[in-house]
Ligand binder design. Structure first.
Ligand code: ATP
Ligand code: MG
Length: 294
């Protein structure tokens, strides 16, 4: 039987983290789809559906959708965001990239900059990296935590557990306010990352994407994987699931992400606002006025 967008979305979802293990998810998985050509119809269908659902989300102006992308370098965050959002109305969508915090940002709590970037009702907000860096890169590099100007007394052995709790509470708060959270870990293998780095080094058009820091982070690969696994274990839940998206084949990554977004929006039962009968009566007058024009 042919697979559906819902099958794809369900297959990579982690809604309860306690038994989560990264090694149960293959980075090069493409499930029953043998090639990009095999997936063309599904991809086209998902992008069409996404455009239709976004129009309703925007018109209804009640729910908002927050999509969080986390990954190692060169896993394809940028390309996935660009591709999946290619069919949506730019007015209803905003992408925010989170880099190392500025001096001003370090003068605030770590959620401050994320709060300011949350999507309005009716919109899709995309976080290219996010507050999850606070339990990933900051955990892998303790010097980043030291630079955060936290009162010394607050930095204990419980700091990561406390951050997981605070992030989970924050996401519950968002959910209770009608901001639906979906989190993607683009799961690229270390071998595929190497291939992509080599391409960036060899191809002049891709040179700009390469940074020496990428090699340093690559050397911390096992620590990052541990941090990702622990993070997903502690922060995956029904209202803010993680999706472990295979990322060795870009076409498949894009299809899975599009499927998740479509399925999430489908579940909201979005409707164009209905016009009240008294307003509808005014339509006749408007039509008549337009007809009189020459
Ligand atoms: P690209 O795919 O283009 O490399 P990128 O998301 O890696 O995209 P970069 O400008 O290369 O963008 O890197 C941003 C860096 O900022 C990442 O290494 C990330 O870990 C780091 N960063 C993000 N948030 C924090 C934070 N709170 N503390 C410290 N570093 C952070
Ligand atoms: Mg980078």
């Amino acid at each position: 039987m042919a697979i559906t967008l819902k099958d794809l979305s369900d297959r990579y979802a982690v809604c309860k983290g306690d038994k989560f293990r990264l090694k149960d998810f293959a980075a090069d998985d493409t499930w029953k789809l043998k090639s990009k050509e095999h997936a063309t119809d599904l991809m086209e269908h998902s992008l069409e559906r996404l455009a239709e659902l976004q129009a309703r989300l925007y018109a209804q102006n009640e729910w908002a959708l927050l999509l969080i992308f986390q990954a190692m370098d060169a896993a394809g965050k940028d390309g996935t965001i660009k591709h999946v959002m290619s069919g949506v109305n730019p007015q209803g969508c905003e992408v925010t990239s989170f880099k190392a915090p500025s001096a001003r940002e370090l003068d605030h709590d770590y959620l401050w900059r994320a709060l300011k970037a949350l999507p309005e009702r009716g919109r899709i907000g995309i976080f290219n990296r996010s507050y999850y860096e606070e339990v990933l890169v900051v955990r892998v590099h303790p010097e980043f935590l030291a630079a955060q100007k936290l009162p010394q007394k607050l930095i204990t052995n419980h700091v990561w557990k406390e951050r997981f709790e605070d992030i989970s509470s924050f996401e519950r708060y968002l959910d209770r306010n009608g901001i639906i959270v979906r989190k993607f870990f683009l799961n690229v293998s270390k071998d595929e990352q190497k291939e992509r780095f080599l391409k960036r080094l060899d191809d002049p058009k891709r040179n700009w994407k390469f940074s020496a820091a990428d090699i340093r982070e690559r050397q911390c690969w096992p620590k990052y994987m541990e941090a990702y696994e622990d993070t997903i274990r502690h922060t995956a839940c029904g209202h803010a699931p993680w999706y472990i998206v295979p990322a060795d084949h870009k076409w498949f990554t894009r299809l899975v992400v599009a499927s998740v977004i479509v399925e999430t929006l489908e579940s909201l039962n979005l409707k164009f606002p209905e016009v009240a009968p008294e307003v509808r009566k005014e339509f006749a007058a408007a039509r008549a006025a337009l007809a009189k024009e020459r």
